[in-house]
Design a protein around this ligand. Sequence first.
Ligand SMILES: NC(=O)c1ccc[n+]([C@@H]2O[C@H](COP(=O)([O-])OP(=O)(O)OC[C@H]3O[C@@H](n4cnc5c(N)ncnc54)[C@H](OP(=O)(O)O)[C@@H]3O)[C@@H](O)[C@H]2O)c1
Length: 259
Amino acid sequence: MILSESQWQKKNKAIIITGANGNVGSYFARQYLELGENLILFIHEQEHRILEIKQNYPDKVKVVRSDLNNLEKLEEDLFKIVNKANWQPDRLIHTATIHSHDFQPLVDTDPELWKEIINVNLVGTFNVLKCVLPYFKKNQYGKIVLFASNVTRIGLPNGSAYSASKAGIANIGRTLAAEEAESNIIINTVSPGPIKIDDSHFSESYRIFRKQYYKEKIREIPLKRCASFDDLFGLCKFLLSKENSYITGEEFFITGGKL
Ligand SMILES: NC(=O)c1ccc[n+]([C@@H]2O[C@H](COP(=O)([O-])OP(=O)(O)OC[C@H]3O[C@@H](n4cnc5c(N)ncnc54)[C@H](OP(=O)(O)O)[C@@H]3O)[C@@H](O)[C@H]2O)c1
């Protein structure tokens, strides 16, 4: 079968999704598979949410299991997959995160816990970008969406490490947009408020924290509900599409009207 130029391009391009077993990452993976995209899924320990798609789309899905803090392994694993599949990654959606679990004012926070959150969320973001950017630069094309949170503008009492790490991510986005514009790389940050998710995988203490926190937050949201996965996907799909050739370095708040 002879492929048209656009079919050939789609055949070899791939989207990298980090946190691909997570709520948002696994939903995005399913949506992009329905659109016919090749996916490189970065996962950590769990894989229950992507088992079905791994089985159903063996030729379209490649999985990297790695801790974002291990830059060397990330680089090696990605290199092997890209070469074996003969794919060219050209888009990145970075959702991986650990959630706030200090639950203490900064003054009472365990320094090790604080560093752990910064290491996964902020140093991990550095590592993902350090590992993926060379592919985009080589092809002089790339589109990136980083996930932060609306805590970048409202803070998070009893969650200073998480809020600091997310603010750092948004500023990495702004910085890279300027650094990599000449390589035709576009990067934006999406900062949701509460998202309607399955929270069964969280620790009991985090679920209790989250339930109480979101109960209060939803009262303040003009649209009176959490964001759905589709609310997020619509924006990300546009930001990563060919139609977006000029919007870069921005942070988009998906908060149902809450400023
Ligand atoms: N959910 C919300 O209400 C909400 C609100 C605002 C912003 N956000 C942001 O939206 C994004 C997606 O959220 P979500 O609800 O989909 O999160 P999620 O379900 O908790 O998924 C996060 C993923 O990150 C992975 N991860 C954790 N530590 C890692 C590490 N060291 N190395 C590699 N991967 C690691 C987890 O894998 P394991 O489970 O295997 O460790 C998990 O699959 C996040 O960036 C989050 O901060 C979410």
